[in-house]
Design a protein around this ligand. Structure first.
Ligand SMILES: [Zn+2]
Length: 376
């Protein structure tokens, strides 16, 4: 089969490799739509972000190596011994981080706290290949009302859902979201579904502000024209928002906001309010902790998403409570287009992309797969 393998940072090649062997508790699946996550796209070119050291080590000791590909929709072709939740023909999506099954939290039924398990695409081969063998515990069955392209976004949506849950958004809470990329737009829609009150979004792109309004923001602030801190204060009676999600920070080289939006978020949250850090910055930050202390701010970081989160994303999308179609801006046909998807996703600003670029692996017929499903 063909699989994309990394030889070093910035060097990936479509190689012929042996088909993976099915194992107990696993399924053999054919990827239909796959997208690089932003983190993967940055790591692919050697940007220092989450898991950089792990990937560097693997490249140094194992190259060429199959890396990345945890955001996907795939069709199950065969199931291994003991698999009960999915059957051949089902479409599946996955969570990336898996419980180890051996540590204290795993043993006491709290596997959402496990930090030792493998991550698909980082420790296990992912879906940038014609075939993949995937552990059943990672998988969720995709509802027929969800397209392949939308299903490839469910993993990211489950992280956004976990972020909103970590924030404990209460009915009627005023919520502001800095950054209207895919996770910002997901947090917006999930917060709305969870009963948030006034929803304010902030971005510097006109298009993102437009999509944000379309997906349920009460006020979409274009920070190139309006001071977002002053606007959020004014809209919340001078207090600041109850909850703020910071989803815009990161390397300006990749078109992200640096640390500017974090400083703004700290200023725009009310005293005693909650600030949820969704962004990865890739380097240590200087933050005025006394300011957080003085204003009794809760600076929180999202929990790891669980299988229950992933299952809820299927319900949210299938019932139209979360709409993913408007955020899918770039769709590339054919497994050969994977490097282009990485390039677009690593530089979303320059390409005017919202969601990561998606690659449709199955184009045309003759693949022997069951009936093809809708794509966006
Ligand atoms: Zn564990």
């Amino acid at each position: 089969m063909k699989a994309w393998r990394f030889y070093r940072f910035g060097d990936l090649r479509l190689d012929e490799v042996p088909e993976p062997a099915l194992a107990p508790g696993h399924v053999l699946a054919r990827p239909l739509v796959v997208q690089p996550s932003v983190t993967e796209a940055q790591l692919a070119i050697g940007v220092r972000t989450l898991a950089y050291e792990k990937i560097r080590r693997r490249l140094e000791t194992e190259a060429p190596v199959q890396l990345f590909g945890h955001e996907f929709c795939a069709r199950v072709l065969a199931v291994g011994e003991g698999v009960t939740r999915v059957r051949p023909g089902d479409r599946v999506a996955a969570r990336a981080k898996l419980p180890c099954g051996r540590c204290g939290p795993c043993g006491s039924g709290r596997d959402e706290l496990c930090r030792r398990g493998p991550i698909i695409g980082f420790d296990l081969p992912g879906c940038f290949a014609e075939l993949a063998v995937l552990p059943e515990i990672a998988l969720v069955k995709v509802d027929d009302r969800i397209s392949d392209g939308e299903a490839a976004c469910l993993q990211s949506l489950s992280d956004s859902l976990a972020a909103v849950e970590t924030a404990g958004v209460a009915r009627g809470d005023s919520v502001a979201i800095f950054g209207q990329g895919s996770m910002g737009l997901e947090c917006l829609q999930v917060a709305r579904a969870r009963g948030a009150g006034l929803l304010i979004t902030v971005d510097v792109r006109e298009e993102a502000c437009r999509i944000s309004k379309d997906l349920g923001a009460d006020q979409a602030i274009d920070a190139t024209r309006t001071d977002p801190v002053a606007a959020i204060r004014e809209l919340t009676g001078g207090e600041g928002a109850d909850v703020i999600f910071e989803c815009a920070g990161g390397s300006p080289k990749q078109g992200l906001a640096g640390t500017r939006t974090l400083a703004q978020a700290i200023d725009a949250v009310r005293a005693g309010g909650k600030l949820v850090g969704v962004s990865w910055f890739g380097h240590p930050l200087e933050v005025d902790i006394d300011l957080l202390r003085e204003r009794s701010l809760r600076y929180l970081f999202p929990d790891i998403s669980t299988l229950a989160h992933l299952e809820e994303t299927v319900r949210l999308v299938a019932t139209g409570q979360v709409r993913l179609r408007p955020v899918i801006t770039h769709v590339l046909p054919g497994i050969e287009r994977v490097p282009e998807a990485f390039e677009i996703t690593a530089n979303k600003g320059a390409h005017r992309a919202i969601n990561p670029a998606q690659v449709v692996f199955e184009t045309g017929s003759g693949s022997g797969a069951p009936r093809s499903s809708r794509t966006p």
